[in-house]
Design a protein around this ligand. Structure first.
Ligand code: FAD
Length: 319
């Protein structure tokens, strides 16, 4: 049976996890969701309509804070007791920690940064970009349980409308797993979707000319119902927060639409966004490398183009 770790925050199952659940369900075998937390029974039941025939859940104060080790305890126990041969995760800071901890605990193989999974001749085969995303390689596992982390935004959730059978777990926690406590959790206030979840991303680079001009990108993102991202050059310059950096040393995203504004298209940026479905670039330099991998290129001054584009979108949406 495949188990999918369903991450949740503030009472919401994360879109990335639900996407992985939909993918797992599409493979045709038995698929269970796993919801770990405190007071999460209702949340667990809600996973049924996204393709989980069964949902294991654990309610424990040790699982209230989003800390990895108690989750490793619960998952290790689940794998041992329920005949789980595969555990899948949508990559996030928490899920990556949990997956790595579980791999160490169970001496299991972990494939990461996968963008697809298929059942072939009774085996699971993952697909993973390599050599800075220029090729895909097939990866497998030499034993069970198989663990895998998927690149954020790879799969869309699918509402199947089904109901899940719920089974409660009573994990035993190791002393060392509960040694860490969370003293404080800070939330960055932001409007709209995060760049990991957004279908539309509008990204700004050094071509904006200064931090004050990020308002152009923000207005366009708002009009499109999307999120704002940035290049490392502007993050390093302190124009925009690191959490929004896309690229080799930032986040990897794959939205339906990526609008790059004043971004040259350096390879280190490209590897973080090239799997977007449609890439639109606005750049005043017709020879900018970004045009080599854009679906639509607009050559011109972004200070003139973006406000007009934003107005046109607002007018079309009637707001
Ligand atoms: C180890 C390493 C890791 C890195 N990791 C990352 C990473 O994770 N993410 C990342 O983004 N970068 C990363 N970089 C940096 C990367 O190499 C580039 O330096 C960076 O992406 C460039 O950012 P930029 O496109 O904003 O700026 P620039 O390269 O300076 O490009 C600015 C663009 O704006 C255009 N422009 C200027 N004015 C206008 C205007 N008025 N209208 C329209 N267009 C205009 C210019 O023609 C130019 O193409 C990394 C580098 C290294 C060495």
């Amino acid at each position: 049976m495949i188990a999918v770790f369903l991450e949740h925050h503030e009472g919401q199952l994360q879109q990335g996890s639900l996407g992985v659940l939909a993918k797992a369900a599409s493979l045709g075998g038995d698929v269970a969701g796993v919801v770990l937390g405190s007071g999460v029974k209702e949340l667990a039941a809600g996973a049924g309509k996204f393709g989980a025939a069964k949902v294991f859940f654990a309610d424990a104060p040790e699982l209230e804070a989003p800390l990895p080790q108690p989750r490793v305890d619960a998952l290790a126990q689940l794998v041992g007791e329920q005949g789980i041969d595969t555990v899948l995760f949508a990559a996030s800071v928490l899920a990556s920690d949990v997956a790595a901890g579980l791999a160490a605990r169970l001496d299991a193989g972990l494939n990461w940064d996968l963008v697809d999974l298929a059942a072939q001749d009774g085996q699971l085969v993952g697909k993973r970009p390599a050599l800075e995303d220029s090729v895909y390689v097939d990866v497998g596992w030499t034993g069970e349980p198989r663990l895998a982390l998927f690149r954020p935004g790879t799969f869309d959730p699918a509402e199947s409308g089904g109901e899940a059978e719920l089974e409660e777990l009573t994990p035993k926690f190791e002393d060392f797993s509960t040694a860490a406590t969370m003293l404080e959790q800070a939330h960055e206030e932001s409007e709209g979707p995060s760049i990991e979840d957004a279908d539309v991303i509008v990204a700004g680079g050094r071509g904006l000319g200064g931090p004050e001009n990020f308002s152009l990108v923000e207005d366009l993102a708002k009009a499109l119902g999307g999120a704002v991202a940035a290049t490392r050059a502007v993050v390093d310059a302190g124009w925009y927060p690191y959490a929004t950096q896309v690229g080799q040393t930032g986040k990897t995203v794959s939205p339906k639409l990526y609008v790059a504004c004043g971004i040259s298209g350096a390879i280190q940026h490209k590897v973080g966004m090239q799997s977007s479905s449609v890439i639109v670039a606005i750049n005043k330099d017709p020879n900018a490398p970004i045009f080599e991998f854009s679906d639509l290129g607009v050559v011109g001054d972004l200070h003139k183009i973006i406000p007009k584009l934003t107005e046109a979108i607002k007018a079309k949406k009637g707001s």
